[in-house]
Design a protein around this ligand. Sequence first.
Ligand code: URA
Length: 200
Amino acid sequence: MDELTQIAQAIAVCTACPLARTRHKTVPGSGSPTARIMFIGEAPGYHEDQQGKPFVGPAGQFLDELLRSIGLTRDEVFIANVIKCRPPNNRDPLPGEIAACAHFLDRQIAAIRPRLIVTLGRYSMAKFFPGESISRIHGRPRRQGGVIYYPVYHPAAALHQPALRRMIEEDFKKIPELLASLDTMAEEPPAETATQLQLF
Ligand code: URA
């Protein structure tokens, strides 16, 4: 059995936090096990909890639209969340829930080894950019090791707020360029590349 299936099976029987008592289905994530690009959201909502799949509600439709706009499909990427079970009434995840679940996402990242990690929203951003604010750093890639981390707004937040919607659409437009830069990027990029990518 492959590593991602093993992780999904461990998630399915996890009782490490109280969300295990209220969830219908666990939502481990889905997509290509060899994806170069991984999108990480916050937590399953109502639809995801019903279906066991990430981003299948209205935010997911918008994410599909954003992926299409840059010529990507779900099959080519991997989509996961910071936590794998729905918080009741879609409340924000609690620190204890995030901590209890973190090792699953870490294992998924280690198995997939994506070259570009796009964080969707504040909670996912906080895992890689602790203490930062999304309004300040969205759309600004940061490279560490051979991986580019790229924070953008959450599609659910951007869905009904025209200003945020424009920003997430603009931020997505830079993704093809980031992917292309991975092919030419040496372990430590030269100064011009760093400027071009607005690395910080
Ligand atoms: N919002 C998320 O962060 N993740 C989902 O899977 C769905 C909505």
